[in-house]
Design a protein around this ligand. Structure first.
Ligand code: C2E
Ligand code: CA
Ligand code: CA
Length: 558
């Protein structure tokens, strides 16, 4: 039943509003489109900058109390109500001005009563939303619950939307250095900088902490939204300059392009924008990143792997393994020893390559328990093998994280002692890149290990870092030449000569050289002419589980 059928006059409605006035905090309003007349609960005049609670000339009258920046959007909405015959509801969050001229966030809802073509009345209620935590009093912006409402609303009439999630880089440092109050000022100023770059239909929301989201249903292509990000960055740069560089900060942006908003649920949209912003920060901050599903799937896999690694470590390393790969003397083809290589297996993805899981272990610090575990496993295996081959060597890979973040030195020596393995049959392998990370620490650890008789190998030599001074400074016992170098040397004369010179130099310094990655007979023949000290590669034997290794290589020796 519609209002016009009930023959209720505008006067009667206004009277009802007056009657209700003492009973409610919210404001009831009536908009009479036919007579261009507006009426609101009388107590609105005590709160907002309006001189009368009723007036003719609706469009002009709004200017008295609607926050001027929100007027265009409101006028657009009223226009839509007038021309769009399908419209039966109005629901909008925007700002009015209070008596002091300050913005007050309100939510205005109403039902629209129309005849065949024109709206007759709109009647509804206005609530203040600031106090309900829908808006943020620091930035003066709407918060996440309003963002959700807006996205829900948007999905009924717009499908293609851009989202730009912005985050102040290293905001924690600003808070720490200048205090929370100044941090709040930066949030407020940043909100203003962002708002200054926006068009009327690009909406800005404050998220938790130092983050903001711009919802942009109007940009036509990705360049527009990138342009918006760059504009915001520049505006912040100007602010930093105007602020005499008191706090120098930057902003990162994660962009998510939504083709059809109805394909997504709100929480997923939030997850993708969060991921995008995080990637922008990972790219080095002060930059943007555009959401890409392949990257996101990789990220999810990595997260699952991290969980699986942690779980297995807590379950006594049940999904970890140690494979041994043999190293041989080139001339006699006699077994020199083995390199211990870590393995990890999952139900969901099967066996994971060390190149994939070792960096995760390093990043999370889980390399410390896992590295400790492989030291024990390797020494145990070595001890067993030495019962038949006493001079058998075990080579263990060590990550620089283990050196810097754990007491590797004493742990290794204790373990060697525990299994009663001769320290001179233990080799520690450290990559050149790892040594670069270690800087000064390395000399101390390296020297102390040497003093105990442990052998040291410089791994992955020739993969790009090659600082020859290490050969002299650290005096490793063995230089291991990476497969990438080996395969180049068998294909190009230049690289062969380079490897030959390197080999001479290493021998001249009284160090040993191990050539890795020999896969075929031809490679072995060519490399043999360089007189290496040890060979390692699939041609001689692939990494294999302990028992298989014993069957294939240990028993053969005896
Ligand atoms: P790496 O230390 O250079 O180990 C040698 C890698 O080369 C092994 O890969 C081995 O399977 C592979 N390889 C050996 N011969 C050949 C060959 O003829 N052809 C080819 N194409 N590859 C060959 P894997 O086991 O996948 O390990 C990869 C890397 O993961 C290792 O490289 C090492 O950096 C790291 N890693 C493995 N286990 C551990 C560990 O216990 N601790 C630490 N920190 N890193 C480890
Ligand atoms: Ca190695
Ligand atoms: Ca290597």
């Amino acid at each position: 039943m519609s209002l016009e059928n009930q023959n209720i006059s505008v006067d009667q409605l206004c009277h009802v509003i007056d009657l209700l006035n003492p009973t409610i905090d919210d404001y009831i309003y009536l908009c009479d489109f036919q007579h261009d007349f507006f009426y609101i609960s009388p107590h609105a005049t005590e709160r907002f900058s309006m001189t009368k609670n009723c007036f003719y000339g609706f469009d002009e009258g709004l200017e008295e109390f609607v926050w001027s920046e929100d007027l265009p959007a409101l006028r657009q909405e009223i226009q839509d109500i007038i021309v769009n015959k399908e419209r039966t509801n109005h629901n909008m969050e925007y700002r009015w001005r209070d008596q002091q001229g300050q913005p007050v966030w309100i939510n205005c809802r109403g039902v629209i009563v129309r005849d065949d073509s024109n709206p007759l009345y709109m009647i509804g209620c206005i609530n203040e939303i600031g106090e309900k935590q829908k808006a943020d009093n620091i930035s003066g912006l709407l918060g996440e619950s309003s963002l959700k409402d807006y996205i829900d609303r948007l999905s009924s009439y717009k499908s293609h939307v851009y989202l730009l999630r912005l985050g102040i880089d290293d905001f924690g440092a600003i808070n720490e250095k200048y205090g929370v109050e100044y941090g709040n000022t930066i949030i407020k100023k940043t909100a203003e900088c962002i708002a200054r770059c926006l068009y009327a239909n690009q909406k800005l929301y404050r998220m938790i902490g130092d983050e903001f989201i711009v919802v942009d249903p109007s940009s036509k292509n990705i360049e527009d939204i990138i342009g918006l990000y760059k504009g915001i960055r520049q505006t912040i740069d100007y602010f930093v300059e105007e602020n005499h560089y008191k706090a120098i900060y930057t902003i990162s942006g994660g962009i998510f392009c939504v083709e059809n908003i109805n394909d997504y649920i709100y929480s997923d949209i939030m997850k993708y924008t969060e991921f995008a912003l995080n990637e922008a920060k990972m790219k080095g901050k002060n930059t943007y990143y555009i959401f890409n599903d392949n990257d996101y799937q990789r990220f999810l896999k990595r997260r699952k792997l991290t969980q699986a690694l942690r779980k297995s470590i807590n379950q006594n390393f049940d999904r970890f393994g140690v494979y041994l790969q043999p190293l041989f003397y080139p001339d006699s083809n006699e077994l020199f020893g083995a390199e211990a290589l870590m393995r990890f297996d999952t139900d969901e993805f099967g066996a994971i390559a060390p190149k994939e899981f070792i960096p995760i272990l390093e990043e999370t610090g889980l390399i410390i328990p896992a590295g400790r575990w492989i030291i024990h496993q390797s020494l145990l295996m070595c001890k067993e093998i030495q019962k038949s081959i006493p001079h058998f060597k075990i080579s263990i890979n060590i990550s620089h994280i283990q050196v810097t973040k754990s007491d590797l030195l004493s742990e290794l020596l204790l373990a060697i002692d525990e299994y009663q393995v001769d320290p001179s049959t233990v080799i520690v392998e450290l990559t050149e890149s790892g040594i670069l990370e270690l800087d000064k620490n390395i000399n101390k650890v390296w020297t102390q290990l040497s003093e105990k008789g442990v052998k040291l190998a410089l791994d992955d030599f020739g993969t790009g870092y090659s600082n020859f001074h290490y050969l002299n400074d650290l005096k490793p016992d063995i230089i291991k030449i990476d497969r990438s170098f080996t395969s180049k040397a068998v294909q190009s004369e230049y690289d062969y000569k380079l490897l030959s010179l390197l080999s001479h130099m290493v021998h001249h310094l009284n160090l040993k050289i191990c050539i890795e990655g020999i896969e075929i007979e031809e490679e072995r023949e060519i490399i043999k002419t360089l007189a290496p000290d040890y060979f390692q590669g699939f041609y001689f034997g692939r990494p294999s589980a302990y028992q298989q290794f014993v069957d294939m290589f240990v028993k053969r020796e005896n």
